[in-house]
Design a binder for this molecule. Structure first.
Ligand SMILES: NC(=O)c1ccc[n+]([C@@H]2O[C@H](COP(=O)([O-])OP(=O)(O)OC[C@H]3O[C@@H](n4cnc5c(N)ncnc54)[C@H](OP(=O)(O)O)[C@@H]3O)[C@@H](O)[C@H]2O)c1
Length: 308
């Protein structure tokens, strides 16, 4: 289903110009991977910074800035834009897309969910190519502003127009790129992992909570609901997937967090709709009952957006 394209040969002679919009946890890791390979990208964000710092194992990678914050003051369209703002921040990041994306730009969306193309396309010209991705690596902002990469940097992209340019851009870097012929199934599998992780934002607990029998039973039942919706949307996922995902949480590091839990702890808006609400929305469209998902989504929405 996937083709691994890790390649440590030198970059292609005509190196594309690269912009990173949203140089947070995920954006900073991609920026660091490119910088290490001698291809420093333009950094475009909300908070001005002189540089970015990424910690990967024993290594500390400093990516020179600045992080620019004025969309009216950019050099023009880039060949490649990595969009790494949260799904809740797309509207606010639209001015960057307007100035950094031309008809020949490839926008690679580094966000969770299965709706990236539908969400980003309205902000772009019809000729701009939008590529969704699955981001497999966890990365967390530390209190000193640096970003810790936990695990190996890895992306999966669909085998689709524009993917070759992203492969070229990341060739020879620490970020592995895989191309999937059945990308929707890969994206749905990752989404199922995210929906279950949403329970962590409700409890305020890290992955150790999945060792509780009651939480495990709830997670299993919730994942089966999600699996029904995923299959109705065309994802080819086996009956074993819910158990595999649950086992993954139970057997991984007990202190593993998730970006939706980090956002809750920082009292920031949550990506509840693209990660959990989507199951209820699409479930309704297919007349598939999602009683657990409906409760989880309602509570996450209220946690995120209030009032109260
Ligand atoms: N972190 C993970 O482990 C992980 C793993 C897989 C997938 N993901 C997904 O990847 C996406 C990015 O997550 P993340 O954890 O990297 O988020 P993040 O750390 O919050 O990064 C988002 C970045 O976007 C910036 N931003 C906010 N509004 C902006 C605007 N209007 N214009 C430009 N930049 C703006 C933020 O700036 P400030 O510094 O001002 O906040 C921040 O630097 C999410 O969809 C998430 O679900 C995350």
């Amino acid at each position: 289903m996937t083709e691994c394209l890790t390649d440590h040969s030198p970059a292609h002679a005509s190196t594309p110009t690269v912009a990173i919009v949203g140089p947070g946890a995920i954006g900073a890791v991609i920026a660091a991977a490119l910088h290490e390979a001698g291809r420093s990208p333009g950094l475009y964000g909300r908070t001005a910074r002189h540089s970015l710092e990424v910690i990967a194992g024993d290594e500390r990678i400093v990516v020179p800035g600045p992080v620019r914050t004025d969309p009216d003051n950019v050099p023009g369209p880039a060949d490649v834009v990595f969009l790494a703002v949260k799904a809740t921040q797309i509207d606010a990041a639209a001015p960057w897309l307007a100035t950094l994306c031309g008809p020949d730009t490839v926008v690679c969306v580094l966000q969770n969910g299965v709706e990236q193309i539908a969400m980003i396309s309205p902000y772009l010209s019809e000729r701009t190519t939008v590529l969704p991705s699955v981001v497999w690596f966890p990365a967390q902002a530390e209190v000193d502003g640096s970003v810790r990469l936990r695990g190996e940097a890895r992306l999966t992209l669909p085998k689709a127009p524009g993917a070759k340019r992203i492969v070229e851009t990341l060739r020879g870097t620490r970020c592995t790129v895989e191309l999937a012929t059945d990308f929707p199934s890969v994206a749905w599998r990752k989404l199922l992992q995210n929906t279950a992780a949403g329970l962590m934002a409700l409890t305020g607990r890290r992955s150790a909570m999945f060792s509780r029998r009651d939480v495990a039973d709830l997670t299993r039942a919730y994942l089966h609901e999600c699996l029904n919706v995923a299959r109705a949307e065309g994802a080819r996922l086996g009956d074993q997937v819910p158990e595999e995902i649950l086992t993954g949480f139970q057997s991984g590091p007990a202190d593993m967090s998730t970006s939706i839990l980090t956002d809750r702890q920082a009292a920031r808006p949550l990506e509840w709709d693209v990660r959990n609400g989507v199951i209820s929305r699409l479930g309704r469209a297919h007349s598939i009952p999602t009683p657990i998902g409906d409760v989880v989504t309602t509570l996450l929405a209220a946690t995120s957006d209030g009032p109260g």
